[in-house]
Write a protein that binds this ligand. Sequence first.
Ligand SMILES: [Zn+2]
Length: 407
Amino acid sequence: MRNAHFGLAAVAALASLNIVSSTSPHNRDRPARARTDYIVLHTTEAPGPSSLQKLRRFGEAHYLVDTDGTVHRIISPNRVAFHAGRSMWRGVTNLDRFTIGIEVVGYHDRPITAAQIRSLRELLNTLKRSYRVTDDRVLTHSMVAYGAPNRWHRQSHRGRKRCGMIFADPRLRAQLGLRGQPAHDPDVRAGRLVVADPYLFDRLFTAPRQAQARATPTPVSAAPPPAGAREVEIRPGLTAWDVAREFYNHPSTVYRFPDGTERRGDQITNWTALRPGTRVVLGAAEAEPENPAEGLRILGRDGDTPIALAGDEARSGTTLYLLADGQVKGGNELSDAEFARLPAGTGVLVGYVNGGAITARRSAFDICGIRWRFPSTYYRFPDGTLVPGHQVRETAIPRNSLVFYQP
Ligand SMILES: [Zn+2]
């Protein structure tokens, strides 16, 4: 009975918590989770009111804990919220299917308020009891988020986000009533992922271990940009990737060069030529929905090659090429000649499965289960348009549409 309704004791605990119902309009169309393995903690990286508005609009968390300790319930705790995006833990991906997501108003490397600590502790106690989640299964978004190969990292990698990083601090965890935490990254250890953010890795795993051993913390490899900073200078050891993460090539990220000229992230053609002294101005990227279009990349945009877009997975079966003639081929199905001559404009999905066509007898749900309406799932309609899962209605998906999803 992992998903049993709150028992009486849990209800009593909740009574001392100020929970406000701020239900997302998406709540009713979210499926129930089959099970609950983890609780994932996030920091909003933005002020409370705008965060609440965005989380409700996209149904991106179960709860939001505001700075005054108020807890907003956005998605019913037994349903799916889209909070983890591209995620993996112990080899299991798409963790929205198995997790509860809590957003805490604040920043990944700044203390939260005493009121937030009190409320979050209560909320965690209740949820841990109701869903039987042990303390070492209360994770941070930065622990589970991972990136598909790209021009900065040729392999799938940890370090896509620093979200919720402070919740790996053993002192804060103790205040939240959490007595255990992951001692290492299981997917890095197993070789499924590489470390793309040594600073983050240190904060999540090495520093807590040392704190527990009462040793002094080691110096970290790369200092982070200041929390909430909107403008950060690139220097040796601090790349555009370090500063802007997955938004490095996004239109909302602006690069201000030493000579005073500026370019948007999507206008930069040569990333290796970015010089120290270039300032990175972060825009509204934090207000983006988690991961809606992260999967789709376009060949030839800014001279991008398959290797730049998919790294070591360019020739793998889980990199899908959406060819102009309507065919879809895995990287392993392309001949060397085809691979060499892939035209600009070809859509590329890295880390995806081609689920095949929807027919009268085979629904989107039959193909990929509850992922059928995940933002990371894509439908290619017979007319060639590509629509993400959170923008489709099942009855309006044309027959013979292809379904691509993250396994
Ligand atoms: Zn997050």
